[in-house]
Write a protein that binds this ligand. Structure first.
Ligand code: A3P
Length: 293
């Protein structure tokens, strides 16, 4: 497949986006969710693939070895707003998913989520990651992903991140607005990347209780062992090496998987400026992130 030139960011109803995620807008907005669909929502690079794979294993690990060895995670869990012909669009893939429940991924800010998900009272799992590690991970992703805008150097990238000028807009608005949604929509499970790193067993337990699943201790242990960073990095179905738009020589998709890698990127001055700005944007005392564990 011949790749288009890297896309440009533009303002889309107040959110920075690229055409790859807006070209199929009407179909996405009119997507017909079913009551048992499960939406996995994140700001990019917060642990989407990790949680997608956990859910996929919790629901479908008994579907035989073929699924695990031949269907990449991005086909099992379609990316709703993705649209880059001739690749089938995320909405089409989701429509055609043969399994129940359908697991569907989105990076949309909460106000852009198709209304049928709310009307059908679908379960939603939101994953959030601390801003500093999220920015670093996104920077390396934009370097290696040829259908993301050119990232430029780290210093200007970080500035753009703070200004909300990244694909899917402001990290600050994303995590805050989804948090706000949780207050009125009880079928939303809001979880943190850092908690998953610290105690994946406990987080998988919490996910199971939210989803109403009760796997045996053996099944749970199998899932936990399959979703470690090293297993997923080795696994061709979860490490995105089958995707033509990514250059893993520039930076692997499964890059570090750590809390606190930002310390290897932020200068002291950048960190001070970031913290100052962060305080102004993150006023809700209930929404707390950990930049180290
Ligand atoms: P890093 O770039 O910091 O390594 P997403 O799936 O939302 O694109 O997020 C990708 C980030 O999650 C990457 O972060 C990736 O390494 C990390 N990740 C994916 N699977 C993981 C796992 N099993 N354990 C820890 N981190 C994981």
């Amino acid at each position: 497949m011949e790749l288009p030139p890297r896309p440009q960011l533009f303002d889309f109803n107040g959110v920075s986006m690229t055409n790859i995620f807006t070209d199929n807008w009407d179909n996405v907005q009119n997507f017909k969710a079913r009551p048992d669909d499960i939406l996995i929502a994140t700001y990019p690079k917060a642990g989407t693939t990790w949680v997608s794979y956990i859910l996929d294993l919790l629901y479908f690990s008994d579907m035989g070895p073929d699924r695990q060895t031949s269907i990449p995670i991005h086909e099992r869990v379609p990316f709703l707003e993705f649209c880059l012909p001739p690749i089938p669009s995320g909405a089409d893939l989701a429509d055609k998913l043969p399994t129940t429940p359908r697991l569907i991924k989105t990076h949309l800010p909460v106000q852009f989520v198709p209304k049928s998900f709310w009307e059908q009272r679908c379960k939603v799992v939101y994953v959030a990651r601390n801003a500093k590690d999220n920015a670093v991970s996104y920077f390396h992703f934009d370097r290696m992903n040829l259908i993301q805008p050119e990232p430029g150097d780290w210093s200007s990238y970080l500035q753009g991140f703070m200004e909300g000028k990244r694909v899917f807009g402001s990290w600050y608005d994303h995590v805050n607005d989804w948090w706000e949604k949780k207050q009125s929509y009880s079928n939303l499970h809001y979880m943190f990347y850092e908690d998953l790193i610290e105690d994946s067993e406990q987080e998988i337990d919490r996910l199971c209780s939210f989803l109403g699943l009760s796997p045996s201790p053996e099944e749970k242990e199998r899932v936990r062992a399959s979703v470690t960073f090293d297993s997923m990095k080795q696994n061709k179905m979860t490490n995105y090496t089958s995707v033509p738009v990514m250059n893993h020589k520039v930076s692997p998709f499964m890059r570090k998987g750590k809390v606190g890698d930002w310390k290897n990127h932020f200068t002291v001055a950048q960190n001070e400026q970031f913290d100052e700005d962060y305080k102004k944007k993150m006023k809700n005392p209930d929404l707390k992130f950990r930049c180290e564990i």
